[in-house]
Write a protein that binds this ligand. Structure first.
Ligand SMILES: N[C@@H](CCC(=O)N[C@@H](CS)C(=O)NCC(=O)O)C(=O)O
Length: 203
């Protein structure tokens, strides 16, 4: 059985969305970040970095228990195990990896920085917030262009779409502020309408 330790954030949602969509059985273990549960000894034993999400599969490759952190690595693991959402075609697969890295290192990072700024000082600094919001807006415009004439980022539905969705859902306001982004807005509605995505987005 797969056990998932997660917080109700975009990183956690990436894991719950791919698990719900893959239809593999799993058990949810919410981790209360506000209470510091991610820094408790039992959680640090799973991930010494003290970050959610973490997936534990008692029946990993070769029947061995495996512990995986990093939301994108979790998505790749689950999709591979389920045999879904990873293009069979090498060209599309390479494109999917490119979008996954963009989500992980640029989109999620910038969105995470915006959240971190709200934790520093009594008021988030407006120039810093604006800088990172503009940057994220620019990244969303790139996604909108990629989706022009396509239903999904690499033409077929893949984990790149599931990886991106939680960040777009969390920062929807930027679509209008730095848009118009009609392709990204329509894609977002298509993604939100999927029952697996809807279940995965619930805390
Ligand atoms: N790159 C990591 C980021 C994980 C992450 O930032 N997790 C947050 C919750 S969204 C966390 O556990 N933060 C606790 C901390 O930074 O102390 C991933 O994709 O999983």
């Amino acid at each position: 059985m797969i056990e998932l330790y997660y917080g109700p954030t975009a990183n956690g949602q990436r894991a719950t969305v791919i698990l719900e969509e893959s239809e593999l059985p799993f058990r949810r273990h919410p981790v209360d970040l506000a209470k510091g549960e991610h820094l408790a000894a039992d959680f640090l034993a799973l991930n010494p970095v003290g970050m959610t999400p973490v997936l534990v599969d008692g029946e990993g490759p070769g029947g061995k228990r495996i512990v995986i952190s990093q939301s994108i690595a979790i998505m790749l693991y689950v999709a591979e195990k389920a045999g879904r959402f990873i293009p069979g075609d090498a060209y599309r697969r390479a494109q999917m990896h490119s979008w996954l890295m963009f989500v992980a290192s640029d989109i999620a990072m910038t969105s995470g920085t915006l959240f971190q700024l709200t934790l520093v000082g009594s008021e988030p600094s407006p120039p810093h917030m604006e800088h990172f919001e503009k940057r994220l807006g620019r990244f969303f415009v790139a996604c909108d262009r990629q989706l022009d004439g396509r239903e999904y980022l690499v033409d077929e539905l893949s984990i790149a779409d599931f990886a991106l969705f939680p960040n777009v859902a969390a920062r929807k306001v930027l679509i209008d502020r730095y848009g118009p982004m009609p392709n990204l807005a329509a894609w977002s509605e298509r993604m939100a309408a999927r029952p697996g995505v809807a279940r995965g987005m619930k805390p």
